[in-house]
Design a protein around this ligand. Sequence first.
Ligand code: ADP
Length: 370
Amino acid sequence: MNGILGFAELLKNPNLTGKEQQDYIQIIQKSGLRMLNIINDIVDISKIEAGLMKIYLSDTNINDQLEDLYAFFKPEVEEKGMTLHLSNALPTNESIIQTDSQKVYAILSNLVKNAIKYTLKGSIHFGYVKQGEMLEFFVKDTGIGIPKDRQEAIYERFIQADISNSHIQQGAGLGLSISKAYVEMLGGQLWNTSEVGKGSCFYFSLPYHLIHQKGTSKDDFNVVDINTLKRNLKILIVEDDEVSKDLLSISLRYFVKEILEARSGNEAIDICRKNPDIDLILMDIQLPEMNGNDATRQIRTFNKDVVIIAQTAYGFSSDKDTALSAGCNDYISKPIDNNVLISLLQKYFRWNITLWCFVSIYISNSIVKR
Ligand code: ADP
């Protein structure tokens, strides 16, 4: 919060150079992200402790998840002068299991994030092996290691291995407690081996119940016929918060022929009745008067075809479930990640993957420049 408020104050100075402005904006973004992560962790741990954290099982392609994480973290690891390695034990058609995909993703990304945070040189290697009826995941680093007498304590809430270490400022000590709780909810165990100065390896197991069907794989999106490329979408943004609405409009501006806007559920229904040719509705759930789920239910009574994507608050898996049962095709968590948004467009409107990557980079750059 200090980073956000302090640098926002500095930005008021009209004599700053363009470079200084960009640097300060980056610090504000980074601090905002860190604060958001901490808030999300606190929400998650509170829900776990209150017994309100639910499991949502779905067919989950483990290889896809690991490959996404690899692509996501590789630049950060390489920027630190280190290398990142991934080992998938099973072929993709044997790596689809019934589990809670969001929780598996959260566990893995937390362990890889820690490995990056607590490693200054060398490499990080992650992946899984099949051990009987379980998949055993590992995240191994060549980092600072954890003293023997702290290797149990680190799974407790708000506890860090070494309180004299400067790295502690980067987290709240909640990630491992949340990950451990998730693993146990999913029927597995989480443990580690570690040696100070040499590195750590975190392991967790998950039951392996193979699903004999083809999941939605990233590869499916690669097979896109160029003729089916849609670039003239008519999109309705239903959002009562001005800043969020502007952000969405900017993110989408390359893909639309027309953007319509509604600030409430009632307004959204009205616009939908008058515009049966809308391709996509981005529906905020928390709306004044009538909420997004009720508005979706009503829209579905006269328009079954329009793609409706709910914008849900982070961490509330139940919101996602309710949105889907109200008639939304999909959901996206707030704050909206451009890459997720564009991959959803790709999913429903058959975007060309090369163009998608290009446009995604272009948008990210142009938003940072703003
Ligand atoms: P945070 O990283 O936010 O402090 P975690 O719960 O994820 O919280 O981790 C708790 C503590 O465990 C960390 O503060 C750190 O001391 C230790 N730790 C976790 N992962 C590693 C790792 N890969 N290498 C060394 N220490 C680690």
